[in-house]
Write a protein that binds this ligand. Structure first.
Ligand SMILES: Nc1ncnc2c1ncn2[C@@H]1O[C@H](COP(=O)(O)OP(=O)(O)OP(=O)(O)O)[C@@H](O)[C@H]1O
Length: 293
């Protein structure tokens, strides 16, 4: 079942703080969505609303047309994987998988066992005796093998080493291709997961500042490299994000779309055009005045 998530003027106040302010968006269809934002921007708070851990202070969230809060039917279709404290979890790995099997209607036990092997998880070990990276790997196994129509990974890789994160990304994309669903990834490791995301949302200080397909976002940025004089002359009227110079060669990052005539002019002048990374765009879009990036 394809999931549809709709947030309509959602705000969240925690204590005295306005954590989320007037967020409206729709996530339509089975895609891998990236949720990006700097520390404290409000990512986990937003995801906890989608996962019905909390209710918005104002506005509404609908998942397939229903309010998720205290709604078992909706919640059985949503899985929120986050780096929770498991220091008092005395259940064994095996028991955690059995528990998930009972509560997740789309559970694939064969796939779960395959993942357990890939992550080298000891079935008979208690969860609180696993290393942080192995605890995260177990959460990822349960998150993937549950095949919930909405699967949320909120920095699910915490403590996982580079080879384990690579297994996570590989399995995520492979399993998503075979069983498309709505997956939301919140991460600070943008360059590692950029190629997985189809659509990206950026939250800045509790406000949704961008929601776009990755392709269209990437079309907004460009790097231009060549001799200093030519680069300066041809980019003078453009929005330059950053510049670097090495000897007589200069490279600038620009933000904005270039018409094809303008591109041809650059190329005719011998300037090299290239893409800029999602991470570079993210840094620029969330940089605040008076702050070093
Ligand atoms: N229970 C709470 N009571 C009061 N304020 C809270 C509570 N939980 C979170 N906050 C505040 O809400 C804001 C957003 O926090 P949140 O954890 O959603 O950010 P985040 O984008 O997930 O950050 P990070 O990338 O650092 O994990 C922060 O300023 C945080 O201090």
């Amino acid at each position: 079942m394809t999931a549809e998530i709709k947030a309509d003027h959602v705000s969240l106040r925690l204590g005295k703080q306005n954590v989320l302010s007037d967020l409206s968006f729709q996530l339509k269809g089975d895609k891998i969505y990236g949720l990006l934002g700097r520390n404290g921007a409000g990512k986990t708070s937003l995801l906890s609303l989608l996962a019905s851990f909390r209710e918005p202070t104002e506005g509404t969230i609908l998942i397939n047309g229903e309010i998720p809060f205290e709604n078992d039917r909706v919640m059985s279709r949503v899985n929120f994987v986050y780096g929770r404290d498991q220091s008092s979890e005395t259940e064994k790995v095996k028991g955690m998988l059995e528990f998930a099997e009972r509560y997740r209607p789309n559970w694939d036990g064969t796939y779960a066992l395959k993942l357990v092997k890939r992550f080298k998880l000891p079935m008979d070990q208690k969860v609180n005796a696993l290393s942080k990276g192995k605890q995260s790997a177990l959460d990822v196994v349960i998150g993937l093998a549950s095949r919930t129509p909405v699967t949320i990974f909120d920095e699910a890789y915490l403590g996982m080493d580079a080879p384990s994160r690579s297994i996570f990304y590989e399995e995520l994309i492979k399993d998503y291709a075979e069983h498309p669903r709505c997956m939301i990834l919140s991460t600070h490791l943008i360059s590692e997961v950029a190629s997985l995301m189809e659509e990206v949302m950026i939250i800045d200080r509790g406000t949704l500042i961008l929601h776009e397909s990755v392709d269209s976002l990437m079309a907004h940025g460009l790097s231009v490299t060549g001799p200093v004089e030519q680069v300066d002359a041809l980019t003078r009227d453009l929005h330059v994000l950053k510049e670097q110079q090495l000897g007589r060669t200069k490279s600038v990052m620009i933000y904005g779309q270039l018409e094809s005539a303008r591109r041809s002019e650059f190329e005719a002048a011998g300037l090299e055009l290239g893409p800029i990374s999602l991470q570079e765009l993210f840094i620029y879009l969330t940089e605040h005045e008076g702050e070093e990036a």
